[in-house]
Design a protein around this ligand. Structure first.
Ligand code: ATP
Ligand code: MG
Length: 360
């Protein structure tokens, strides 16, 4: 080897100066650099991200490339971006669930867009390449089958477990698959509890990076059953910008706090209407979601504009991130999915302790 030849040590030293912007540690000590090979000045390696939905993917790639190009003797750099989602470390063994992270979407109030957010973030995460499940825990008004355009019943396997139907790369389970449309559902506490438990234990989810749970409105029995049935990585609160909705949303925050579930962030839905001339009209006021998040000391992870295409997509069973991927609403939802994935990774790598919530 001549002195001008590039060594693994020199490349790793350069990469140890590049930080993962969210984890605030360098790529080498985070063990993100894999398969490093050097052949006559040609350097190739993989960067193992903590989520395929990493919002800073291209920034990390660019900075790593620049750092390695600056090493003497390097003529070219080939980087393969890969991912392996960390688990929150919570024991879900009893339910035989190889599910790395479980996120519940909640609100205090009904009709604010929980299901819309849950469906679209699940589809967006799957689009990024993650393995995703979506559990409709709204047993009174299950909307997920319609919003995902799935009417097919889960198939029963020999081991008596149900195989969840799949739509847009997302595995689905909903009471809507098991009862006839329009049939009223009257559940008593214990039945509700066992229905939710069965969704987790009797459904063959397979290995999942993320299981997203769409909760019913309010802060009642279903939420409690769920939190008792499966350890949650965290919760997301959906709110509208106006005062009344925020008061309801803070009840959602209080519920998660009581159940000891870390809140990953607050999403504000129906934030504004974009007018044809490009102006934004604040139908329900503005800035409320941010205020709520600030008061609670939890991250604010995005605003979603009002767009009739969101409702049309929901009714037609084609989520807006699929039907109109370039619309501002779809872009917001995709950004929220990325933020969420990043927050889940940070919480998982910090030992699953999540974010603490201030009293509001
Ligand atoms: N940003 C948006 N723009 C336009 N319509 C929206 C938007 N978000 C949600 N909607 C529509 O508002 C209605 C309520 O949304 P959704 O069902 O997601 O709310 P929810 O909180 O899950 O309701 P519930 O409490 O009944 O479960 C739906 O028809 C949905 O398509
Ligand atoms: Mg809903």
């Amino acid at each position: 080897m001549t002195s001008s030849e590039t060594t693994q040590e020199a490349v790793l030293a350069a990469l140890s100066k590049v930080n993962e912007p969210e984890l605030h540690r360098d790529l080498v000590s985070l063990h993100m650099i894999r398969d490093l090979e050097i052949q006559s000045g040609k350097v190739s390696f993989s960067i193992l991200l903590t989520t395929p939905a990493c919002p800073l993917r291209s920034r990390i790639e660019t900075e790593a490339r620049q750092a390695v190009m600056a090493v003497p003797g390097v003529r070219s750099v080939e980087i393969q971006m890969d991912s392996n989602v960390p688990s929150d470390g919570k024991e879900r063994g009893l339910l035989q669930l190889p599910v790395k992270n479980v996120v519940a979407v909640a609100s205090g109030k009904g009709g604010v867009g929980k299901s819309t957010v849950a469906v679209n973030i699940a589809v967006a995460l799957a689009n990024f390449g993650a393995r995703v499940g979506l559990l409709d825990a709204d047993i009174y008004g299950p909307n997920v089958p319609i919003m995902m355009g799935a009417s097919q019943l889960p198939a029963q396997k020999e081991n008596n477990r149900l195989t969840p139907p799949e739509a847009y790369g997302v595995k689905l389970m909903s009471i809507g698959f098991l009862v006839k449309p329009g049939q009223p559902l009257i559940w008593r506490g214990p039945m509700l509890h066992s229905a939710i438990r069965q969704f987790l234990s009797d459904v063959d989810w397979g290995e999942l990076d993320y299981l997203i749970i769409d909760l019913p409105p309010g802060t009642g029995d279903a939420q409690l059953s769920l939190a008792q049935s499966i350890p949650l990585s965290g919760g997301v609160i959906v709110t509208l910008p106006q005062q009344v909705s925020l008061e309801d949303a803070s009840r959602g925050l209080a519920m998660f706090r009581e159940l000891n579930v870390p809140v990953l962030g607050v999403v504000e839905n129906m934030s504004y209407l974009e007018l044809p001339d490009g102006h934004r009209m604040d139908i329900f006021g503005s800035g409320g979601g941010q205020k709520l998040a600030d008061a609670a000391g939890v991250p604010f992870i995005g605003t979603i504009p009002i767009d009739p295409a969101v409702r049309e997509g929901g009714d037609a069973g084609i989520p807006i991130v699929i039907s109109r991927p370039d619309s501002p609403a779809a872009k917001s939802l995709e950004g929220i999915a990325e933020q969420l994935a990043a927050l889940i990774s940070v919480a998982a790598l910090n030992g699953g302790s999540g974010v603490s919530i201030n009293m509001v």
